[in-house]
Design a protein around this ligand. Sequence first.
Ligand SMILES: Nc1ncnc2c1ncn2[C@@H]1O[C@H](COP(=O)(O)OP(=O)(O)OP(=O)(O)O)[C@@H](O)[C@H]1O
Length: 530
Amino acid sequence: MTTILSHGNGKAVWVPETVPAILERAVRERPRDIALVSDECELTYAQYGDAVARLARRLSRHGSPGDTVAIILPNMAATAIAIFAAQSAGMVAATLNPDYTAAELAPMIEDSAPACAIVACDIHPRIAHLFAQATEILLVDGDAAILEDLGIGGEEAPAGPLPSPSPDDLAVLQFTGGSTGRPKGVELTHRAVATNVAQREAVLPTHFGDERILCFMPMFHSFAAAMCVNLAAYCAGKLVILPRYRPDWVVEAIGGHAITRLPAGPTVFNGLIRFGGLTREGVASLRCAYSGSAPLGIETLAQWDALTGVPIYEGYGQSEAGPILTYFGPGMNVKPGSVGPALPGTEVRIVDPENPARDLPTGEAGEIAARGPQVMRGYRSLASETRATLHGGWLHTGDIGMLDEDGHLTIADRKKDMVLISGYNVFPREVDEALLAHPAVAAAACVGVPDSYRGERLVAFVTPADDGEVDAEGLADWLAERLVRYKRPSEYRVLRSLPLTAAGKIDKQALKRAALETPAAADGEARHVA
Ligand SMILES: Nc1ncnc2c1ncn2[C@@H]1O[C@H](COP(=O)(O)OP(=O)(O)OP(=O)(O)O)[C@@H](O)[C@H]1O
């Protein structure tokens, strides 16, 4: 059975009840269309569906519905196949970052307690000891090898259908990006994930059977799972998978595959602008780009627009929310710096961070709370964190933001990144934006560190644009014209590049650690100005 989700301007979209149903529709309606393209393979929807069914059968032999399947693969077609296969077998897909060290993966594997693990051959030797004896390990030596192993394209008859999981069963165990601490395992049901795909569709409609989507964002992360893997299957589009982000590969793939949709994080848009290989003609096939997972600078948006003319729609969410809560879409009055209105079926409130029962008025900054079908069931094995995050169906996001009179949300910062200087709340993101607007700055991030006099102070990290020079005094003068004194950093450090998390966000934890070290730290040159 399918249901209809009504949307602001009256359009109705299909709401799948489970995640496998998304792929099943594409297989049924577009069997001969190309579904997946990677370095090693090109699969039609019929072959994609067949590969998923065969792998699901194999997984079912080694585990039961409700068991977890750990998927530790780089970006490749097998990753998408493995996710759908686990879910089609009624099991729970847990995608883990293949670049993590064994020590980083250990707690996630312990929390997942996987019945099966699908692991890349070259990664396996260094993590083999983390799995329990009973875990069945399927090794993957490239897309071509796994497809051959599954018998895809051979003479064998296609595998028959599998029993469907129910909407309230768990579909995904999604580990958070770890930007603010140890990654937490978020439990999402089929209903949460499948409804969230339809909610996104209601705001950002696709053309069924006529989309080409580029995937270079890490597939283990919730953004790529939603905006690449599930989005492509929902619209029966072609998913072109790159092993990772490299600006020249991205530019080449956009032209070579006539890509229509480009999901990316802000650091990618920045990188592509600076790469210099983008032309209007080169991106003529793009209908739009999607930004999410971290703040898109107003400056980046303006530069991208001037260079390409392609709209970027920005949204906001977190792994705990299926993962999307808000998005701008075509036909909306897009306001730079804002992340759009709540998706249909989603409520967003701003509450007092000290007293979550108290709503704050329009325009006032407070903690973002959200409610909707996409919200998680809870964190795996972290009952007290779950109780602290979910109250009566409301997800307390740990992000600070405000709503305007149109119901559009603006993110000020993460609660954990907010800094208290001489009794004033300072959002480092506002200072980052002001620094980014300086023509000599390519990237900027400020972090708070303890200060015996002011309580906390800000340390700014910047990278120079085009390998030029950034002058700390110049930056201080620039900010003096734009920000009140207490918001200005007390120290500036210049780095060749800013550290990124595995999900491609600026790693503020690493910067905090660097800020606490002696000023003449590692990679950069430190200059005190106040
Ligand atoms: N458009 C956006 N603008 C600003 N911040 C965003 C945006 N989209 C997402 N974010 C940030 O990313 C967070 C969600 O990221 P994710 O679920 O990957 O985990 P993480 O927060 O990076 O890691 P952890 O929860 O482990 O610290 C949000 O809570 C928010 O802080």
